[in-house]
Design a protein around this ligand. Structure first.
Ligand SMILES: Nc1nc2c(c(=O)[nH]1)N[C@H]1C(S)=C(S)[C@@H](COP(=O)(O)OP(=O)(O)OC[C@H]3O[C@@H](n4cnc5c(N)ncnc54)[C@H](O)[C@@H]3O)O[C@H]1N2
Ligand code: MOO
Length: 438
């Protein structure tokens, strides 16, 4: 949902007219992340059946609908007894008179008057000359057994009615779901995940085999759905289109291309540039949309675009170059999906750089890197069209325009499939000063 539509949110976004040259100064990498986060508000909570709630964030406290357990029950197979033995055996009934005992199974309702449970291993049934049956302790029984309340699970032992069992904000695990079931709930109110449709563009893109000159093998189709799920969203399917404006318009319009529930977010790949086959901005303008962000002062990925459509949907335009696309996705796609999913913006850590990285006027450089002994080493093979560096990376350095010296802290963020950097360092490391080049 567009933040701008939510008058109570207090958040606003600076909208740019779509479809004409922006001519504006691109936001910095940090500004772009924040803008992509601030332009959306969490989707409204939904009720889902227990079995669908695992992994979701709870938006309303789960309370005990009655006492837990809700009746006094036996913790052992054996006999419910009233008073001290031997006990006269009686048939099932709601209460137990003094001097009497009754068979009970684990979990069975303890009759009124019963003071304890004698476990099966520690008693025996005998019969007198008149055929009456009595329960007696056997040699297994310890002195004083059964003591008052022994092997009885009292009602309310775990929770009193109305007690909060799982507070709102909890990420639900299978144990929480079992607890909610025990407490009598059939469904839970959770924060929904945004749905994301993917539009893969480019008539030169092939989906199998070794590409011929002029063709490229699709790098996004085989993995983008999974990354979207790693970013806390639900993949809603993908379509492939060529380079015509009509195909773009149909895909962003959504009707024919992505049937069913309209995804809140559409991610496009390619078409963010300024050639005759790049239709992102024109299609958004034709649909009455607005550019929330048009270009970012970063490399790779500077042509990335974020747009809002009149019906509240977002469109994230990833550049076609494979590494540029992934860097744009973590810069603006991840914050947008976090905001829609009611999650915080992933924090930027500081890790000590293991290399000198030269300045790049006005641009943050995003460089896949490896964390080794608390230091961030920039990876090789990280040009905008390359995947080798990213494939083995632990995270991404966001090198500021002024560059960084070996031994200085540098901002880093995790990849959707890696953990945040373990070592957050202000370090005195100055062991080497080799310059890094992509
Ligand atoms: N005159 C200018 N040309 C370019 C500029 C510029 O500022 N001025 N910026 C360059 C940068 S940086 C990028 S990034 C790209 C952005 O291009 P588009 O988003 O329009 O993407 P395309 O032109 O469609 O493709 C670019 C490149 O990526 C390949 N591609 C596309 N889809 C896939 C895919 N699914 N799998 C693998 N590779 C893909 C495509 O074949 C092209 O090689 O513009 C630069 N040019
Ligand atoms: O910045 Mo482009 O996005 O180099 O590939």
């Amino acid at each position: 949902m567009l933040a701008q539509e939510i008058t109570t949110s207090g958040r606003t976004s600076g909208l740019l007219p779509a479809g004409r040259p922006s001519g504006h100064l691109s936001p910095t990498w940090h500004e772009a992340r924040q803008l992509a986060f601030d332009c959306a508000v969490p989707l409204p909570p939904v009720d889902v059946p227990l079995s669908s709630a695992i992994g979701h964030t709870l938006t309303r406290d789960v309370t005990a609908l009655q006492a837990l357990p809700h009746y006094n029950s036996s913790a052992m197979d054996g006999w419910a007894v009233n008073g001290s033995g031997p006990w006269a055996m009686t048939d099932p009934g709601p209460s137990l008179s003094p001097g009497h005992a009754r068979v009970i199974a684990t979990g069975g309702l303890v009759p009124a008057g019963a003071q304890s449970i004698l476990r099966k291993e520690n008693g025996e049934i005998r019969q007198d000359a008149d055929g009456r049956r009595f329960l007696e302790l056997n040699d297994n029984a310890k002195d004083g057994e059964p003591g008052p309340g022994q092997h009885i699970r009292p009602a309310g032992e775990e929770a009193v009615p109305g007690e909060v069992l799982i507070p709102a904000g909890t990420t639900l695990n299978p144990g929480h779901i079992a607890l909610a079931a025990v407490a009598g709930h059939d469904s839970l109110q959770v924060q929904p995940r945004p749905m994301v449709g993917i539009v893969l563009t480019g008539s030169e893109v092939v989906t199998a085999g070794v590409p011929a000159p002029g063709q490229v093998r699709d790098t996004f189709g085989p993995q983008l759905d999974t990354v979207v799920a790693m970013l806390g969203a639900t993949p809603a399917g993908s379509v492939r289109i060529g380079d015509s404006y009509a195909e773009w318009l149909a895909a962003l319009g959504g009707s024919a291309a992505l049937p069913g529930r309209m995804p809140e977010v559409t991610i496009t790949t390619g078409g963010t540039g300024c050639s005759g086959t790049d239709h992102f901005r024109a299609a958004v303008a034709a649909l009455g949309g607005e550019l929330l962000l048009d270009g970012i002062a970063m490399r790779p990925g500077h042509p990335a675009v974020l747009a809002g459509l009149p019906d509240g949907r977002f469109v994230v335009g990833l550049p076609g170059n494979p590494l540029a696309a992934m860097m744009a996705l973590i810069t603006i796609g991840a914050p947008l999906l976090a905001a829609l999913g009611g999650r915080p913006l992933t924090p930027v850590s500081q890790v000590t750089s293991a290399a000198d990285i030269e300045p790049s006027l006005g641009r943050t450089r995003l460089i896949p890197c490896n964390f080794i002994e608390g230091l961030a080493f920039p990876a090789a093979h990280t040009a905008p069209g390359m995947m080798r560096g990213l494939a083995w990376a632990d995270g991404v350095m966001a090198v500021p325009p002024g560059g960084v010296q070996s031994g200085e802290p540098v901002p880093v963020i995790p990849l959707p499939w890696t953990q945040p950097a373990a070592a957050v360092v202000p370090s005195t490391y100055r062991a080497r000063s080799t310059a890094w080049h992509a």
